[in-house]
Design a protein around this ligand. Structure first.
Ligand SMILES: N[C@@H](CCC[C@H](N)C(=O)O)C(=O)O
Length: 278
């Protein structure tokens, strides 16, 4: 199986584009490929597939073998892959994901895609849709307690996949590896959740650390950064256009009032090509 190792701000993937559908035992394959000691090492295994409703389709499997509906950083990598491999010659690409149809605008310089702007769609805020076990049109600053005795307030956002955004005074006080798994699997979240801790510096600038569902701590999460942009507006902490600093670099998030859609701009990088011995 030929793959291309890629990353978006250090959120890394093995990208596979040679199949018509995902292989059997894809969950085990994802676990094995993503293993950082016995495999390629990646946060996720990504398949580019044919689509009936868009130019291409993407499916993403986390390093624990679970499938996610959405992955903002992988979508940017897919855009770069498609253009630089000659599978598209257009700088606008439509992609089917588990979160719906996404449109990618590729920023090309000297034949290479440096950045991609992705229309990540409308955020879903209803408790049951995120999904959480909580009812209501929104879940804003809802109290959440975990076994270790930590108490937080989270804002729930779905960008196709679930996110719990928690604003804190200082990220230095958050032991992500301790509290992340407890929040990810909290009974409020029937399909588990991604967790973002956020420190606000200014209405247009925040720093976020992420614990991802099915992957643990990653250096960046695109859908997470979008959720942070939405939660920042909902809680009157940030403007609609905000720079999100992540461990792997920066994303620009713009939740546009005119169409209620979230736009994410950031880089994508290709590292190497390889062959996985099936
Ligand atoms: N890193 C991704 C999100 C990947 C999927 C996530 N772990 C989930 O299970 O929802 C991103 O950049 O959005």
């Amino acid at each position: 199986m030929k793959f291309t190792k890629m990353h978006g701000l250090g959120n890394d993937f093995a990208v596979v584009a040679e199949f018509l559908s995902v292989p059997e035992s894809v969950s085990d394959l994802a676990k094995n490929v993503c293993d950082r000691h016995f495999g390629v090492g990646a946060d996720g295994l990504v398949f580019i597939l044919p689509s009936q409703i868009a130019e291409f389709r993407m499916r993403i499997f986390n390093s624990d073998g679970s499938e996610s509906e959405q992955c903002g950083n992988a979508v940017r990598c897919v855009g770069k892959y498609l253009y630089e491999s000659g599978r598209t010659h257009s700088t606008t690409v439509t992609l089917e994901t588990g979160a719906g149809l996404q449109t990618l605008e590729l920023h090309v310089s000297e034949g290479l895609v440096s950045h991609v702007t992705v229309d990540m769609g409308e955020p879903k805020l209803e408790g049951a849709v995120i999904p959480t076990t909580l009812s209501g049109e929104t879940v804003i600053e809802h109290a959440i307690s975990i076994a270790s005795g930590h108490n937080y307030e989270f804002t729930g956002v779905s960008m196709g996949n679930p996110h719990a955004v928690i604003f804190v005074d200082s990220l230095a006080d958050v032991d992500l590896h301790h509290v992340g798994p407890q929040l990810e699997t909290h009974p409020y979240f029937p399909r588990k959740t991604n967790v973002e801790f956020v420190e606000v510096h200014a209405p247009n600038e925040v720093t976020m650390h992420v614990w991802e569902r099915g992957a643990g701590e990653t250096l960046a999460c695109g859908s997470g950064a979008c959720s942070v942009g939405v939660a920042g507006v909902l809680t009157s902490r940030t403007e609609r256009r905000v720079t999100v600093h992540l461990k792997g670099g920066d994303l620009l998030i713009d939740w546009k009032e005119v169409d209620n859609r979230v736009y994410m701009t950031g880089p994508a990088a290709k590292v190497y090509e390889g062959t996985w011995l099936l």
